[in-house]
Design a protein around this ligand. Sequence first.
Ligand code: KIV
Ligand code: ZN
Length: 502
Amino acid sequence: MKKEKLIVFDTTLRDGEQAPGASMTSEQKLEVAFQLDKLGVDFIEAGFPIASPDDFKAVSMVSSSMKRSGVCGLARCLKPDIEAASKALKKAKHPRIHIFLATSKIHLEHKFRKVEDEIVALAKKATTLTRNLCDDVEFSPEDATRTNRDFLFRVIETAIAHGARTINIPDTVGYTYPGEMHSLIEDIFNNVPNINKAVIAVHCHDDLGMAVANSLSAVLAGARQVHCTINGIGERAGNASLEETIMAVKTRKDVFGHLVTSINTKEIYRASRLVSNLTGFVVPPNKAIVGRNAFRHESGIHQDAVIKKRTTYEIMNPKDVGIGASELVLGKHSGRHALIKRLKELGVKLDGDRVAVIFTKFKELADKKKEVFDDDLLALVDQETKPKKEAYALLTLRVNTGTDIVPQAMVKLKVKRKTIEATSSGDGPVDACYKAIDKITKIKVKLINYELESITKGKDAQGMVKVELEVRKKVFSGKGASTDILEASVRAYLDALNKITA
Ligand code: KIV
Ligand code: ZN
């Protein structure tokens, strides 16, 4: 039987990055893009070029660097958006412009105040313009699953007639369920006369926890492209996760055996760790495929059975997603070559100067903790590749705390070229540190989230602190790692503050 290709369109760098607090710098986006390319995704949606100069830069950087994956930029059906996307994609080997236009009644009435005929005219104009600038056009009728079907068929037919090669069906608010999604895709095949000239894609959100199920249902009805993100990050509850979608297709060959993807599943775990590290979004321990517990067996009965035959309680092999293959440990006797080799295997590319800095930091860390694991290395690289123009840099931290005293902190920061010091007491040692920093920065900050996790195992493990700060109604996330959790807490706070002032 000839297999059909299921195209994988990754939107971690666009929809994923739209998750509140998940923003990445263009350099970090490039790092993720290299890993996505290694993972084998067909398209990387690298950003929304008109949205900000940083998004434009990220799409341009990814465009000029990807040798294999296609690169896509998002645009509304507006001339300046489409032109910005085309400009940002200029150096891409396989450029694609993704245009979107809302079609549901609620969006037409309240967002656009337009009638259906006006939307059809806009779709025609925008698709024509885009096709003149780029050969590969993807069109999304936003909120498709809440759109009147006859109107949806009309818009899709128009977009295809004017040059769209892919029609993406977004479940923008995660409203549909698998049976309904299946019938919607079937209806599109049966009611859009020129549908054979386009590939049908799906883009599912997870508001009701059905994003992956809906995507797979669409695939069973004939969709041949899936939009997904690493770790399922995205607007609100997120998008269909790449790792779950792909592993379902791979594991259930009895259902999806007629399909083939270009994903190298052994790169999944690395991609997951990288995205989690760079965005600060912790992967829940029970998350399918990439969670810490996804392949752990606690009950004695299960453990015993797995030893006898792994497949009694494991439907997938952890090695197939890259878990366990990368637990190589480095220590203080490891040399520069071993470090470079390991970083390369982890998908981290460093130039000569940065290698020297990372090697020094690695030795410092190896002196503090006996074994340096992959996640330690990734945290270290992440810390050292932050933009050098920090508004606030930590010079000294001293904390006095205990069960019978009020915690006191002294923080000394470098602010531009000045050294400023402040002290404060607090409800706890972290609170004292943050209050001292607030005295220096004078920024009104609300701490809305604080998380501490151990990066690796052992008593000497580094702590990773992730914070979310609300400043003038915007959320900024930051993270910091250290073997000292108070230092990690301060570094995380400063990391977020530096994003405010960037
Ligand atoms: O969820 C959505 O509808 C989108 C579109 C831009 C495709 O992200
Ligand atoms: Zn979306």
